[in-house]
Design a protein around this ligand. Structure first.
Ligand code: NAI
Length: 251
């Protein structure tokens, strides 16, 4: 594999599982130093150890992205471990409560907005501060969803959070484009990860039928897009929202 990310440092949140794990692995396989972070300490450490055993320069730092102080410490820790921050994938997220809007609990709403939207703001803010100080090119990819573009019943909090991630991405991209920092959002349709474990089998079958390609995506397919957006190969791409959805949004 051509190690074209050699010498660069990447930070990935929600790296213990699913999409974040696949993104962290691909950054590492392409030569980058990787800081993996997750609220799940045991799994995060295990995944990191596996990567290190294959020769990847990786470290793990436990952080809850819903807490701004922990996000700030995570970014600080990344820079102290590897000397710089070139790429970040703000990926951590949850599925959250499933209910119609009138029945949705206030606690559920606050939790999903904090975990899936406030978290991206916190990480982005501290990543930008470091990248601006370094004064070299940087690239940040925020994990949205197809539900950052369209709605779906029973998930008002998730949909609102992901629409927020897309708006935040566009705004920050405009602010820092002239400073050489590119910021983009990725919008996966349904991807076969533990996040979907909460769905009953019939719901999975119904959701599969919404993808013209006829299946859910894989975490590795999403990782390929994140890595492309992170790399210099996407040097003219910023402020964009890239669906990766097996045709879901084309209908
Ligand atoms: P996953 O459940 O496999 O992985 C999510 C990871 O985030 C877990 O390791 C979890 O411990 C971590 N996490 C959860 N809350 C956290 C917190 N407060 N602080 C730090 N880490 C936390 O899920 P998956 O599918 O890999 O999801 C990753 C991202 O992709 C999420 O933002 C999700 O909304 C998004 N996404 C997933 C889709 C899917 O169908 N799987 C579709 C579209 C977007």
């Amino acid at each position: 594999m051509d190690k074209y990310l050699k010498g660069k440092t990447a930070l990935v949140t929600g790296a213990a599982s699913g999409i974040g794990k696949a993104v962290a692995l691909l950054y590492g396989q392409l030569g980058a130093n990787v800081m993996l972070s997750d609220v799940n300490d045991a799994l995060g450490r295990k995944v990191t150890e596996q990567m290190v055993s294959t020769g990847i320069n990786a470290q793990f730092y436990k952080a809850d992205v819903g807490d701004p102080v922990q996000c700030s410490l995570l970014v600080e820790k990344t820079v102290s471990a590897f000397g710089q921050l070139d790429m970040a994938c703000n990926n951590a997220g949850i599925g959250g409560e499933m209910n119609q809007t009138a029945d949705y609990s206030t606690e559920g709403w606050l939790k999903i907005i904090n975990t899936n939207l406030n978290s991206v703001f916190y990480c982005l803010k501290y990543e930008l501060q470091v990248m601006l100080k370094q004064n070299v090119a940087g690239s940040i990819v925020n994990m949205a969803s197809i539900l950052g573009q369209v709605g779906t019943a029973q998930a008002p909090g998730y949909v609102a959070a992901k629409h927020g991630v897309v708006g935040l991405t566009r705004t920050a991209a405009l602010e820092y484009a002239s400073r050489g920092i590119r910021i983009n959002a990725v919008g996966p349709a349904y991807i076969d990860t533990p996040l979907l474990d909460q769905l009953p089998e019939e719901a999975k079958q119904m959701l599969t039928s919404l993808h013209p390609i006829g299946r859910f995506g894989t975490a590795e397919e999403v990782a390929e897009l994140v890595i492309w957006l992170s790399s210099d190969k996407a040097s003219f791409v910023t402020g964009s929202y890239y669906p990766i959805d097996g045709g879901y949004l084309a209908q």
